[in-house]
Design a protein around this ligand. Sequence first.
Ligand code: ADP
Ligand code: MG
Length: 230
Amino acid sequence: MIHLENIQKSYFMGKQAIPVLKGISLDIFKNEYVALMGPSGSGKSTLMNILGCLDSPTAGSYILNGSNVSTMTDDALAEVRNKEIGFVFQQFNLLPRLTAAENVALPLIYAGIAKKQRLEMAREVLAKVGLADRSHHKPNEMSGGQIQRVAIARALVNNPSIILADEPTGNLDSKTSVEIMELFGSIQAAGNTVVLVTHEEDIAAYARRVVRLRDGLVETDKRREMAAAH
Ligand code: ADP
Ligand code: MG
């Protein structure tokens, strides 16, 4: 589903290029549940933004569902993003004046779906994340875990092929974090592909595969290398 080959990304400070990703090659298959780990500043968010078509690499190729998105125009990229990607953030990013259902229904406005149907679809997805009884609540009437569930429902409502979550448990206590990781597990079980960032080992353990970034590269899996050598 995702094929990254020698992805590089530099940020420019004036004329000076600061390399952040130095040649990431990685495959993620349909229906995987992957946790991306790495020290602060190792480029996790930079990589997630590229995966989510929010940013483009400086070099290298990114094939998503068979299309080379690394060479697309911004307009084409925006279309891929709207169709294929559901993004979840650490800071939740809900609109405070809207109810849970209205927040979840937001992406459907761009899909041109009528309001009544949008809210109906939003309530269906809210039920899937365990919030059937919270659709009329506003963010300030809900707990952090419930708010993150609403944000996950919003990421799911367009039926994207990939859910990307950048430190989705970063603002949650450990019990709530485990519940959110299990929710992503059930989303995977329902057929989605999930890629998320965390810097906590015991949280990453809830995913099916862990990918580690260090110094702008994917850390090679020593055990796998040893197994291959034998
Ligand atoms: P992580 O998510 O792993 O903490 P980031 O991808 O956010 O890492 O950042 C990696 C490095 O790139 C950091 O040194 C950060 O300061 C730098 N960086 C991130 N975004 C920008 C930007 N827009 N402009 C310049 N430097 C940036
Ligand atoms: Mg980050």
